[in-house]
Structures are given as structure tokens and as C-alpha cells.
Design a binder for this molecule. Structure first.
Ligand code: ADP
Length: 489
């Protein structure tokens, strides 16, 4: 078992804080020991970052030179794809098929923002006065904090690091307590790719201590956060006090909607994937299923059959669909939601507890679970469970459907299953959510903006304009034929 250093201000060192462990959720074995960052490490990392982004060695780089560093990092990630995927599976228990996808996504994100950096252009507004040229340029913000959750490390970290560096900033990464390994590997990769010292620090530690100290630091000029809505709200307060921008990627309670004309098999497969992949530990998990009453029984039947075929088990083994939840405490939380649903009058169709297989007894596994008989007002339909728990609700007409789908504090995503695309597009338009999938679910493109409505977030990640979320505009007025200013009277 390895002892890991953390990466502070361009230096690998033992963190000054408490001991932390990375454990394999499938059996509780220890992957690595490390020491968290201390408040002193935070201070050093941020002051080095503030010097590093201002230094000519970074500020003086032309866009294609910055892009080259990101492109090299992408190549290094691609070369180590399998090893990184395995490491991530050890760190958070997601099946290898999924972690391979996350690693590939991180490389693609770095390449995409390398390109966005090269093609980013300022503006040359049209002349409103003779002999006056106005220009507007995009400049970096300075030191950016990237605070990330445990469910998709490397991908969520790169979604923040790549646009922030491409835009010319320095970045302080605070990975989730449970999953420090991939963020530290990313630091090594960027170091190898030639990123100047001090531009990237990775500071593992407790969110309430280290995350909060980073967010409050006066030199940190942007908070880019993915995680729970409560923490996001807390960070938004900190940002409001400092008057700095945020990008907040928060929770969800997304709906899958099956209209009467849906392709039943396509819908059943998409719904099962949408909620049970990643064991439901995804902000976009399709956790509420609204089904037209005419399809309710056959769809319930098909979802049950498909779910029985899912293989739970060691996420390192091929063919496994569902690994363990991140830890036992989280599993207890998921299970308590099932108990709550039953207390609220729900019926359990399958799952609802850990698997019985002795081989899985050490891991924090939880079976795919289907509930029905609840209203959209039930707490399990309103609160994010972040586990493999699906609630099925029938509907009769679309006005009622719309009211219920939109009756949520969240507004992250939705899926619509229908063979009438025009109609599905019209329905999509009326949903208060940031992403709608039609006849598919949980597929992503780095070129397409992602983010939430309502309490699911603020700002958008992905898409070529998202580099501008890490920049500020500076406008210049240039007199082409200077003469003394006149009073307006
Ligand atoms: P989750 O429930 O997914 O752990 P959190 O929002 O608690 O969601 O955590 C997401 C990230 O935010 C983690 O890196 C965590 O350490 C960090 N975090 C938690 N609380 C705070 C806080 N008060 N200030 C800054 N970061 C925090």
C-alpha cells in the first residue's frame, strides 16, 4: 500500500493535515494513505498560484502555446487510459467499463479546451463614433478553485481544470474526501506535460475545513463546484460576500417520461441504464419515472426483467454492471430512503436492500430497487437519493404530467420516450430542466453545454463558450485621431 504525497505549489510533499485513506468500496481494503492539506498548505498553494498566473511564463504564453500543454496532458491520459481507469475503480468502486469512459472523457475535454483556447476571439464592436476604435478582450480571472465530488473523478476535475487553464488561470483542486487519487494523478500528468510550477495544486482534505478555506481565500477569484445543493448554496454565499463568480453543478431529481407512443423496449433499456448505471450515484440519474397509464404494466414488467439480468459485483471484473456504493454510510442513507418510501405507503417491486451473496458482504453494495404507489409529493420523489432507487408513477394526461415533472426543487435533466419527435420536442421545451434527452438517456457531448435550472445549479460547463466562464472581459477605447475631450454641454 502506497503513502501518497500531495501537490502544493509545484512541490510533492506530505500534507500538513490529518491522515486520510483511499479505500476500495468493494471490500474496504486500503488503496493508499495520505495526509490532507493543512491551512498552511492552502495558503502556500494559493499565494504560489497567484504569482504563477501573473508570471510572464504563463501570462506571456500565446493561446496555441497554452493549448499545447493541454494537448500533451490529453495524450498522456490516453496513453495511461487503462491504468487510470483501474485506479479510479479502486478509488470509487465504479465498474471498469464506466471508469474507462470517464478517463476517455477527461482526455477529450483537455483536447476540446485546447482547441477552444486557440480559436477564442475577442470582440470588435461596430463604431459608434468616428475615429474611435473599441475592442473587448477576454482575460483570465486569476486563481480558480475547483471543488469536486466523488462520483466521477478525473472527468469532473478535468471539466474545471481544462477550461480554467486554457483561459490562462491557475487552479486549486480540492477533490472529494473519498477520492483523492485521480486528482493527484492529474497533477503528475500536467507536471509532465510542462505546466509551469504553481499553476496547479491539489489539496485533499475535508470540505468543511480545506474546501471552505480555499473558497474564502481573498486571492481565489472563482468557485467552480460540483456536488450537493446544500454545499453549493453555502459556496454561493461565500462567493456573494467576495463578489466573485461561481459555476455550480448541483443535485437532481430527474424524470424519465414515457409517452403512450413510446418504443417500449428502447424506453425500458434507457430507463434501466439511466437510473442503475453508476449504482444511481449520478446527479443526472433518472430517478422518477412517469409512465402513460396505457404502458404502465408492460413497462414495469420489462424493467423488472432487465433489472434481474444486471450483474452486481466486483467492479474490476468484466461484465459487471453495478459496483458498490461509495461507502457503508452512504448505503445506509440509501436504505433509509427505501424505508421512508415504505412508511409513506410505497410498494417495493424489487431490491430495497443489500444483495445476499456472501461474496459481496464486505462491499457497500445495494440492489437495484423499484418502488411504486407513491405520489410525486413523497419525499423519495422530491429528495435526491443518489443510489439505485427508481420510483414509478402513472399519468393520464400531459398537463398533469408537466405539473408533476416540474414540481421539483431541482431542474437538472429529463428523458422523454416517444416516437413522435415533434411532439417530444414541444414537451421538452416546457420542462424546467437544463438537459433533455429524447429516446436516449445519460449520453454526453463535451461540445454541448450542461447545467441545471432551479436548485440544480448556476452556470454551464462544457460547450466552447464555457471557457469564457473562466474569463472576464476588458474593453479598450482607442482614439484614432486624438483631440482634447469636450464637456458634453
Ligand atoms: P457529496 O454529498 O457528494 O459529498 P458535497 O457537496 O458534500 O457532496 O461534496 C462535494 C465536494 O464539496 C467535496 O469535495 C467536499 O469535500 C466539498 N465540500 C463539502 N463541504 C464544503 C464546504 N463547506 N466548503 C467547501 N467545500 C466543501
Amino acid at each position: 500500500m502506497s503513502e501518497l504525497n500531495i501537490f502544493v505549489a509545484g512541490e510533492w510533499r506530505v500534507g500538513g493535515g490529518e491522515e486520510m485513506l483511499s479505500t476500495f468500496p468493494a471490500d474496504g481494503s486500503i488503496n493508499a494513505r495520505l495526509h490532507a492539506a493543512s491551512l498552511d498548505d492552502v495558503e502556500q498553494a494559493i499565494s504560489a498560484a497567484d504569482q504563477a498566473w501573473r508570471a510572464a511564463s504563463w501570462r506571456g504564453l500565446l493561446p496555441h502555446q497554452r493549448a499545447l500543454i493541454l494537448a500533451r496532458a490529453a495524450d498522456l491520459i490516453s496513453q495511461q487510459q487503462e491504468e487510470l481507469a483501474q485506479l479510479q475503480t479502486q478509488d470509487n468502486g465504479k465498474p471498469l467499463a464506466e471508469t474507462r469512459g470517464l478517463v476517455a472523457s477527461a482526455a477529450a475535454t483537455a483536447r476540446y479546451f485546447a482547441a477552444a483556447c486557440e480559436v477564442l476571439e475577442g470582440e470588435w464592436p461596430s463604431n459608434r463614433q468616428p475615429a474611435l476604435l473599441t475592442l473587448s478582450q477576454y482575460q483570465p480571472l486569476g486563481v480558480v478553485a475547483a471543488i469536486t465530488p466523488w462520483n466521477s473523478p478525473i472527468a469532473s476535475e478535468m471539466q474545471k481544470i481544462a477550461p480554467a487553464l486554457a483561459a490562462g488561470n491557475a487552479v486549486i483542486v480540492k477533490p472529494a474526501e473519498a477520492t483523492p487519487l485521480l486528482a493527484l494523478r492529474l497533477a503528475q500528468i500536467f507536471e509532465q506535460a510542462g505546466l509551469p510550477r504553481g499553476l496547479l495544486s491539489v489539496l485533499p482534505g475535508r470540505g468543511s475545513v480545506i474546501g471552505e478555506a480555499i473558497a474564502r481565500h481573498p486571492l481565489v477569484r472563482k468557485l467552480s463546484f460540483t456536488g450537493s445543493t446544500n454545499t453549493g448554496r453555502r459556496l454561493a454565499h461565500i462567493a456573494a460576500d467576495k463578489l466573485i463568480p461561481t459555476s455550480l453543478e448541483l443535485g437532481g431529481k430527474s424524470a424519465s417520461i414515457v409517452l403512450a407512443d413510446a418504443d417500449l423496449e428502447l424506453a425500458a433499456r434507457g430507463i434501466v441504464y439511466g437510473i442503475f448505471s453508476s449504482a444511481g450515484q449520478a446527479c443526472i440519474a433518472g430517478s422518477r419515472l412517469f409512465v402513460h397509464r396505457s404502458l404502465y404494466q408492460p413497462l414495469r414488467q420489462r424493467i423488472s426483467e432487465l433489472s434481474r439480468q444486471l450483474r452486481l459485483g466486483d467492479p474490476r471484473q468484466p461484465g459487471i454492471h453495478i459496483g458498490p456504493l461509495i461507502n457503508h454510510a452512504h448505503r445506509e442513507r440509501v436504505q433509509s430512503y427505501v424505508q421512508l418510501a415504505l412508511a409513506e405507503g410505497g410498494h417495493l417491486l424489487f431490491g430495497g436492500e443489500p444483495p445476499a451473496a456472501p461474496a459481496l458482504s464486505q462491499g457497500s453494495y445495494f440492489q437495484p430497487t423499484l418502488l411504486e404507489g407513491l405520489s410525486n409529493q413523497a419525499r423519495v420523489c422530491q429528495e435526491e437519493i443518489f443510489g439505485p432507487v427508481l420510483v414509478m408513477l402513472p399519468f393520464d394526461d400531459e398537463a398533469e404530467l408537466l405539473t408533476q415533472v416540474n414540481d421539483s426543487l431541482y431542474g437538472l435533466a429529463a428523458g422523454i420516450w416517444s416516437q413522435n419527435l415533434g411532439h417530444a420536442m414541444q414537451l421538452a421545451e416546457q420542462l424546467d430542466v437544463g438537459t433533455v434527452w429524447i429516446n436516449t438517456y445519460k449520453v454526453f457531448s463535451i461540445a454541448t453545454p450542461f447545467g441545471g435550472f432551479k436548485q440544480s445549479g448556476l452556470g454551464r460547463e462544457k460547450g466552447r463558450d464555457s471557457i469564457k466562464a473562466y474569463m472576464q472581459q476588458k474593453s479598450l477605447y482607442l482614439a484614432l485621431n486624438p483631440h482634447p475631450n469636450l464637456w458634453s454641454d
